[in-house]
Design a protein around this ligand. Sequence first.
Ligand SMILES: [Zn+2]
Length: 267
Amino acid sequence: MAKTRKSRALNFIDYPSPNFDERNGEAVEFLVLHYTGIETLEGSLERLTSKNAPRVSAHYVEAEDGRAFRLVSEDKRAWHAGVSFWNGKTDLNSKSVGIEIQNAGDLHSPPPPFPQAQMDSVLALCQQIVRRHNIRAFNVVAHSDIAPDRKQDPGEVFPWAWLAQQGIGVWPKPLKQDYDASANWKDDDVLKRLRQYGYNPNLGLKVTLTAFQRHFHQEVFATPEKVGIADAQSKARLAALLRSKTKADKAIATRKKNAEKRMRRRK
Ligand SMILES: [Zn+2]
């Protein structure tokens, strides 16, 4: 039965969108997750394939019942991210695969949950995409991470922790050292670290931290006055993520250096 599950998301329903262009040689480095923010699947598919302005699309749409629709081929540039920034890179459309997850989002308060059948399909699709393009875990991002001043999706009820448990994306596990290291961070220190983690350096603390919490500290959304405030838990989670990202960055740099050494020896 494991085999059936593995090949499940390969049964795409082709639903071509005319809204794409060329990647112009850019490699896929990012996976961007969205909610559609539209009440029905039919409405979302219509919007993402319409030639009416503003023209938008995504590579895939995940229905609530777990059906996966393929709108744009992964070798093309779909139009899902808009003006965007992550970890020093802009124009994420050229460098990412985008998945739209059917969910009415902020049309409802609180936003509706993501059914397990849908998440199982999202997971299977993410696993394929990450493997295919060798996307690093820190580059599996929310639309709200790469455009905090414009976007909220996939929102504060999206199960990022569960996805990370299944091996997609990252989830902070703060240790005592992270609480200690971040205890005295002032607002400016928090903002500096958020930018170091990958967020757009041109945005302020409140909007940036709100995006961070939407992904990594969703509990604060139960209490609106806590949103965008750097409490001990948000700071420790940020410290934990930065610690593991710095370690991962170093490992990548070492691998690159060793590969270069091998190349030189071969010459
Ligand atoms: Zn979006």
